[in-house]
Design a binder for this molecule. Structure first.
Ligand code: ATP
Ligand code: LTN
Length: 338
């Protein structure tokens, strides 16, 4: 019997700064269970990182740290293709072709572009504007169907769909049109200092984020300082729109402990915010400690990481090459005689 063809999943995180609990709960954590039912590719998107200024040595270190973190979070290199974006040159090449299909107007409207242009006013480079086209290239190269990301990336996946449909209409059916896979509860973890903003790696306030490398005492301290709500029933642990700070902590607690939000509300009824915040911290520590230990062990084994990345890039390249050849042919480029 013919082997069943599994649908493809693609996702990636930028190796910029420290990975946050938001990145983990909104994205990376949701990848592991997909590996058994889909053909998965997980990529460390280093080229995307260059759109904001980087210290080269730090970028190199962050890239390997993130590779080890993927594996520590349950990405199994025997089941999934794990690789570094710049190791597969077709990403940048397809991005050029897609640049000729994407419109300046639509890139200009992207929320992340507007937001990053504000935050990096001294470095509004073309890469920052082109960022979503490179992301579309990542996805379309592999004919990926499902893209597990957090809420802030939905707009980019929608643009990818538009680009794919436009290309297909112009040059005939070529790309699978992808869709987002959102984990509702984790898709938008908020800043601990401002629950109206997302928890973001690039937040200048260290107390606003929990990073995956934070030590237990640091996590406890950050949680104790987390902004809660001063409404009429202050100190009541309840999930509601008028209590964004407490609701965010309840979400985090529920995702880390496995208890439902309703169960957690009952557990902390009448207990006050102090007890609640310590319990949230403990639930995060219990999730992060084994990941941190495994990441450390992997980073000490450079040979293993290099072998994983070499094999990942080879497998990814084979798929990418096929798509790029097809695209070059469709748009009318003369094939090179080898
Ligand atoms: P930056 O602050 O530099 O933009 P970031 O924290 O948004 O970085 P990315 O590398 O852009 O990190 O995101 C990696 C993945 O994590 C994406 O799927 C993104 O949607 C998800 N993600 C990022 N922040 C959150 C958050 N606060 N809650 C849930 N998911 C998130
Ligand atoms: N833009 C994404 C990272 C990313 C990505 C992708 C995610 C780059 N290419 C392809 C999913 C699929 C972000 O999280 N900032």
């Amino acid at each position: 019997m013919a082997e069943e063809v599994k649908k493809r999943v693609f996702s990636g995180v930028q190796p910029t700064g420290k990975v946050t609990l938001g990145n983990y709960l909104g994205a990376i954590r949701n990848w592991k269970p997909l590996q058994d039912n889909y053909d998965c590719l997980f990529c460390v998107v280093d080229l995307h990182s260059l759109t904001v200024s980087q210290v080269p040595a730090e970028l190199r270190k962050n890239t390997l740290d993130l590779t080890a973190l993927y594996i520590a979070c349950g990405i199994d290199p025997d089941k999934s293709i794990l690789f570094i974006q710049s190791h597969v040159h077709e990403h940048a090449e397809l991005a050029w072709i897609l640049d000729t299909v994407a419109y300046v107007g639509e890139l200009n409207r992207m929320t992340q572009f507007k937001d990053k242009s504000r935050r990096h006013a001294d470095n509004i480079n073309m890469g920052l504007m082109n960022y979503p086209v490179l992301m579309a290239s990542d996805i379309l190269l592999y004919q990926a169907e499902y893209i597990p990301v957090g809420k802030d990336q939905v707009q980019h996946v929608e643009l990818t769909r538009d680009i794919a449909e436009r290309f297909n209409a112009r040059y005939s059916e070529t790309f699978v049109v992808p869709q987002c896979l959102l984990n509702k509860a984790g898709s938008s973890i908020k800043s601990l200092q401002d629950p109206s903003a997302k928890m973001s790696k690039s937040d200048v306030n260290d107390n606003a984020i929990v990073t995956l490398s934070d030590e237990p005492d640091v996590i406890r301290r950050k949680l104790r300082r987390a902004v809660t709500d001063s409404d009429s029933d202050a100190h009541c642990v309840r999930h509601s729109a008028d209590k964004p700070g407490v609701s965010n902590l309840l979400n985090i607690y529920s995702l880390c402990s496995g208890e439902s939000v309703a169960e957690a509300e009952r557990r902390f009824e009448g207990k006050g915010y102090g007890v609640f915040k310590d319990a949230v911290a403990d639930s995060i520590i219990a999730v992060l400690e084994p990941i941190q230990a495994e990441q450390k062990r992997l980073l000490a084994d450079k040979g293993y990481l290099e072998a994983v990345l070499k094999s990942g890039a080879e497998k990814a390249s084979r798929i990418a090459q096929k798509t790029l050849t097809k695209v070059y042919r469709k748009v009318g480029l003369v094939p090179q005689i080898r």
